[in-house]
Design a protein around this ligand. Sequence first.
Ligand SMILES: NC(=O)C1=CN([C@@H]2O[C@H](COP(=O)(O)OP(=O)(O)OC[C@H]3O[C@@H](n4cnc5c(N)ncnc54)[C@H](O)[C@@H]3O)[C@@H](O)[C@H]2O)C=CC1
Ligand SMILES: O=C(O)[C@@H]1CCC=N1
Length: 267
Amino acid sequence: MALFGFIGAGNMGFALLKACYSTFGKNELVYFDASAQKCQETESQLGIPAEDSNISVAKKCKYLVLAVKPQFMPEVLDEIKDVITNQIIISIAAGISIDSIREKLGFPAKIVRAMPNTPALIFKGITGISYSSGSFSDEEKEIIGRFFSSFGRYEVFDEKLMNAVTCASGSSPAYVYMFIEALADSVVDLGIPRDKAYILAAQTVLGAAAMVLETGEHPGALKDKVCSPGGTTIAAVKALEEHGFRNAIMKATEACFNRAEKLTLKK
Ligand SMILES: NC(=O)C1=CN([C@@H]2O[C@H](COP(=O)(O)OP(=O)(O)OC[C@H]3O[C@@H](n4cnc5c(N)ncnc54)[C@H](O)[C@@H]3O)[C@@H](O)[C@H]2O)C=CC1
Ligand SMILES: O=C(O)[C@@H]1CCC=N1
């Protein structure tokens, strides 16, 4: 019997498997992916052979991580529902509510709904989590906490905020990469070599993010300290405002949230 079982070893499933491997060890992990290639890749990287089915994974673990796309959740839940007894389900699927999972399973299993992000692959993720009703023991909460800490930080939210969390944790790395790409392209245009452009842009994002987290100062105050009167930065800030920079981010969040709301499992 292993502590953790994974159904799905794609982008996120593999990242979480890898972190779990480092924290809990290979004897505490079982997994299966419908793609034989994913199973082979995971075995070659972690040295753990895949199980032969989702059922086998579900039967052999206490904490069952569902890491398939939201569209595949109904078929996976149908497949495993007869072997779920006291396992705790950890779902990372965008938009899929705790109630809709319980409805598919046919009973009120203990569920943790979570929204991690891809920096989990290098143990620098941020995950929003939400506990279902049902009493989680202190030991279960401790193991769940260690699991989510194994690939970065985590924060607990009321489930009604999980689609909003998705906009700021799960999806937002994509826009940060777009920002880095655009900033790098713009300085390549000014003659900076491309490799150095990515270093300048990415290290700036890393450093600015660390300033927010480590100083506790308001992001606006930190921005003001960069903007010398009549200087270069305020000229750039003015151009960003003229082009709707902040509004573009807010519109992105609105679109992300609306999509998450639409993904909820149909009965
Ligand atoms: N990619 C991301 O940045 C994030 C993704 N998520 C969530 O994680 C989940 C997985 O997303 P990704 O890893 O990006 O997708 P992915 O497509 O990379 O991985 C999903 C894996 O599930 C496997 N799979 C499909 N049907 C299956 C079945 N019936 N049984 C077993 N395995 C099956 C696929 O072969 C694939 O390897 C999604 O629900 C997504 O909403 C959450 C946070 C961030
Ligand atoms: O784009 C998606 O639907 C998934 C969920 C959050 C990040 N990737």
